[in-house]
Design a protein around this ligand. Structure first.
Ligand code: M6R
Length: 605
């Protein structure tokens, strides 16, 4: 999704801006640009190619300056084209970049047109640039406070003026923005990662903040117009984490990092205790009578898996809702429910809005399972468990998913304990299994050559069906999402028992049917469903394990997982599905890490 970098310094900041954009590339974008204050004028360069191309353009034009802003754009209003790329200018005086969506842009555009402004893009962002120019008082900080009052929607902006050469002003409402503190220089960015290597002293701006960035000082006004001090946090540099190393793609690297990511996520867990979710966890867990999980995409599927665990092991009624639906639905609030948001980024707009919606309905017992310790999600929830997957660059989520599952299983055991449903023996046995997960995943990763052979066949298909039952139905959904996301093969997942209620009509010799088939209590039912597929000529690709007694035969291809893993089996079974999607996409030659139309962190609605 869109990314922002800004800087005010006493040195040429072009390399800092460009490097910042490179660090934000993983979020997904379709154009990029940079603007600088140069000899009393605004200068810019924009491109619909990669940031590397923009870097060349900037070097060829000798674009250098002490004050500037830069942006990666993921198109919402207006096609991915140079004239729609940010920064946007207004009358040669104002330069502005924006993340988010302005909902009243049509009304504002009409008013500004009537005031004589001409528009050269289809973006909602250009409206803000002209609005700032229109209201400009000679003091940019004051003007941005006036302008943002007229905006409806979500935004993070960075703006500077030709007439105030040593100042950048930022503002946020609904989209993240941070300030990086330097020595006699200051920075703005949509994500601290953009400033890794430049500064690790970070201020997280809050909803409604407007910041005045100058070389020697930062000045913040909050949503009520009051000057406020915000805590400066030291964040770890993520520089090493975003290196590709020996891998061909980040997604591949991240799949293979899963043993390490799970080990890190479970590090220090010697026994089950509510404290691992925060100081107030015991009191909250004692009070709650149910769980409401809110999430999007892959994180939603980890929530669906957790429902099976939470109800079966902890005996706690659990509902799982897609955040973008829940936020607008008239639901019946339960103040005694534990609201659990699950998010890799902690900045997903729909999930954040769903959390705030639940809070506004009187649901104050909130917990997030999140991979970004400093994200809005963590800041806004009463309790948190930080997964330690590390930076996930590939748009297709992999290690974030398996670490979420590990954290959600810990939540299950903790609630089971608080509700008196976890004996010491069971606790010890589950913890032992969890500690063995990294080794178990390593063994699954060794199946890669067999999966590559299957991927060759998949690459020639345009449709695929994924089946699972019980705990493994969400895993089938996740497998289908991975395949469609990066290979662009149409893939759907069904609970296998639903097959005969409709999707069986799709099954022909042309339809590969991936079946997640662990040797659990549903295996015999699943085998019957597989027969239904074979009877219609469908080709089965089965991930079996342990004693599932499924063997390779005509039209039935089997890969046997090294061991059966009981309740934790979803964490193992998702891995071959990730590899299948990755190798199929590779065979089809798609852009694995940056699939078309998608962004890593979906910070707009
Ligand atoms: O950062 P989040 O976990 O909140 O993101 C949620 C989804 O946008 C994300 O999981 C998305 O579905 C991935 N591209 C899936 O691979």
């Amino acid at each position: 999704m869109c990314g922002i970098v800004g800087a005010v310094a006493q040195r040429n900041i072009t390399p800092i801006l460009v490097e910042g954009l490179k660090r934000l590339e993983y979020r997904g974008y379709d154009s990029c640009g940079v603007a600088l204050h140069v000899d009393g004028k605004l200068e810019r360069s924009r491109s619909t190619a990669r940031v590397a191309e923009l870097e060349k353009q900037v070097a060829e034009a000798h674009l250098e300056g002490f004050t500037g802003i830069a942006h990666t754009r993921w198109a919402t209003h207006g096609a991915p084209a140079s004239h729609n790329a940010h920064p946007h200018f207004s009358r040669g005086r104002i330069a502005l970049v924006h993340n988010g969506i302005i909902e009243n842009h049509d009304e504002l555009r009409e008013e500004l047109r009537a005031a004589g402004y001409e528009f050269e893009s289809q973006t909602d962002t250009e409206v803000i640039a002209h609005l700032v120019d229109h209201l400009y008082t000679g003091d940019l900080f004051e003007t941005v406070q006036l302008a943002t009052k007229q905006l409806v929607g979500a935004f993070a902006i960075a703006v500077f003026s030709r007439d105030e050469p040593h100042r950048v002003v930022g503002a946020r409402r609904g989209s993240p923005l941070i300030v990086g503190i330097g020595n006699g220089e200051n920075f703005l960015a949509s994500d601290a990662l953009a400033l890794a290597g430049t500064t690790n002293q970070i201020v997280y701006l809050e909803e409604g903040d407007v910041v005045d960035l100058q070389m020697q000082r930062i000045w913040i006004i909050d949503a009520n117009g009051k000057q406020v001090e915000r805590e400066v946090k030291t964040v770890q540099a993520h520089t090493a984490a975003v290196e590709l190393g020996p891998y061909r793609h980040y997604m591949q690297k991240e799949i293979f990092e899963q043993p390490r990511a799970i080990a890190d996520t479970l590090e220090g867990i010697e026994s089950i205790t509510p404290d691992i979710f925060g100081d107030k966890a015991y009191g909250i867990f004692k009070k709650i009578d149910s769980v409401l999980i809110l999430a999007c995409g892959t994180s939603y599927y980890s929530g669906m898996t957790a429902k099976y665990w939470l109800e079966a092991v902890a005996g706690v009624r659990t509902d799982v809702e897609i955040a973008s639906e829940y936020r607008y639905r008239d639901s019946v609030p339960n103040p005694n429910a534990l609201v659990v948001t699950i998010s890799q980024s902690g900045e997903t707009a729909d999930t954040l809005a769903a959390l705030r919606h639940a809070q506004s309905q009187g649901m104050q017992h909130t917990l997030t399972i999140c991979n970004a310790a400093t994200s809005a999600m963590v800041r806004e929830c009463a309790l948190a468990y930080i997964t330690r997957a590390g930076v996930e660059v590939g748009v297709a989520s992999t290690k974030a998913f398996s670490t979420q599952l590990a954290a959600l299983f810990l939540l299950t055991l903790t609630l089971a304990q608080v509700k008196g449903r976890l004996s010491d023996e069971k606790e010890a046995a589950f913890l032992k299994e969890m500690r063995h997960l990294p080794a178990a995943i390593t063994a699954v990763l060794a199946l890669e050559p067999q999966i590559i052979a299957w991927a060759e066949a998949f690459a020639r298909k345009e449709n695929a069906l994924f089946l699972g039952r019980g705990l493994h139905y969400p895993i089938a959904l996740e497998g289908a999402l991975k395949l469609k996301e990066i290979s662009y093969i149409h893939a759907e997942a069904y609970p296998a028992g639903e097959l005969k209620h409709g999707p069986l009509a799709l099954v022909t010799e042309e339809m590969p049917v991936v079946t997640v088939a662990p040797a659990d209590s549903m295996i015999d039912k699943l085998k019957s469903n597989m027969q239904e597929v074979r009877a219609r000529g469908g080709e089965l690709y089965v991930f079996a394990d342990g004693d599932s007694r499924i063997t390779t035969s005509e039209g039935v291809h089997v890969i046997r997982m090294p061991e059966h893993y009981g309740l934790l089996s979803p964490i193992l079974h998702v891995v071959p599905l990730q590899l299948l999607a990755y190798h199929t996409a590779l065979a089809r030659g798609t852009d694995v890490d940056k699939p078309r139309n998608l962004a890593k962190s979906v910070t707009v609605e």
